[in-house]
Design a protein around this ligand. Structure first.
Ligand code: DP6
Length: 330
């Protein structure tokens, strides 16, 4: 195969934020308004092959073996343009990506996709890049992708410019066997994606209050993780999710991601914790599905309760996952 030396295959896992990234100080560079913290998800990953070639005249993209749509191709092209610029190549790439989770279930995230794409694209060029720099490059494709480069529990330091805005592990995946039980309450595709949402964050009068107080929440969540202290973690994770959604709901245009069933799950999770002692709390991203974070010992009971709550809830379950890594070529 011609130019087969410029090929690599990488896998990256999705992540769920305990302290949310919402709003950028610089949209082009995706320099976030605040630092954030997440757990990689072992059960949800993207696997991506990148082959650069001097003979290509354009980039191409398949997702789950099908030709990608125009919007997905455009976003990947824009990211490849940034990588070409920063890595000093003019070659175009063939990109083949697949997800092990159902597309359109509302749990797909750009994090695993852009982390896997970045690692494969860099490795295919044969350049050695330290993890920190890889995280900054993934960030340019999708902010949350910076957090899918390191493994386990990860903090993305907001930083002041490109080189200082990167993510790093604060604890390995084995540190704490938390489980994310994702209650899928709707499979409909979100109408307003995160990238557009980030641009409206500053239109909410609540964004500055959220950002001014986030470092304190981050410090507490970090401490709770280091001490494996679920009761310290739960209230802050819920508060931080509520604050982000309060910003969304008070932005212009207002963004309402919750559905009635989302709220039912949130209220139930709180009740199970405060009244029955189950170690579970909720957090939601830019969509209606509810991530129920719990300790492994209580996961079975939480899954059972969710199933009993409504026949419309589907469940996906995941423990902490590794960072992005290279795979042998397919
Ligand atoms: C609500 O990383 O998806 O999930 O940088 O535009 O790709 P882009 O945004 P993205 O934003 C994630 C927002 C969030 C919270 C979080 O994961 O921290």
């Amino acid at each position: 195969m011609p130019n087969s030396k410029y090929i690599a295959r990488a896998r990256a896992h999705s992540n769920i934020a305990f302290i949310k990234y919402w709003g950028n100080r610089d949209d082009a560079l995706r320099l976030p308004a605040n630092s954030s913290l997440s757990m990689n998800l072992a059960a949800l990953h993207s696997t991506t092959t990148v082959e650069w070639s001097e003979e290509r005249s354009a980039d191409s993209l398949t997702i789950n073996d099908a030709e990608a749509g125009a919007a997905a191709l455009e976003r990947v092209r824009a990211h490849l343009n940034l990588l070409r610029e920063r890595l000093g190549t003019s070659m175009f790439a063939r990109v083949e990506s697949s997800n092990n989770f159902p597309m359109g279930a509302g749990i797909a995230s750009s994090a695993s996709a852009f982390a896997a794409l970045t690692l494969a694209a860099v490795a295919a060029l044969g350049v050695e890049v330290p993890q920190r720099q890889l995280s900054t490059l993934a960030r340019l494709g999708s902010g949350s992708a910076s957090r899918s480069i390191p493994g386990g529990f990860v903090e993305w330091l907001a930083g002041d410019f490109h080189e200082t805005s990167y993510a790093e592990s604060i604890a390995e995946r084995e540190h704490w066997d938390l489980v994310d039980i994702i209650a899928i309450v709707s499979r409909r595709h979100k109408r307003v994606g995160s990238s557009a949402g980030h641009r409206t964050a500053d239109t909410s009068v609540l964004q500055s209050a959220r950002v001014e107080t986030v470092d304190e929440r981050l410090r507490k969540v970090k401490g709770a993780i280091m001490n494996r202290d679920f009761s310290a973690l739960a209230g802050i994770v819920e508060a931080d999710s509520n604050l982000m959604h309060a910003v969304m709901m008070t932005s212009d245009p207002a963004l309402f991601y919750w559905l009635p069933l989302s709220l039912a799950v949130m209220q139930a999770a709180r009740r199970w914790r405060l009244e029955e002692g189950l170690r579970v709390c909720y957090t939601l991203d830019a969509g209606p599905n509810v991530h129920c974070i719990c300790v492994a010992a209580d996961a079975e009971r939480v899954a059972g309760r969710l199933a009993a709550l409504s026949p419309d809830i589907e469940i996906v379950r995941s423990g902490p996952g590794p960072g992005a890594f290279l795979l042998p070529r397919a």
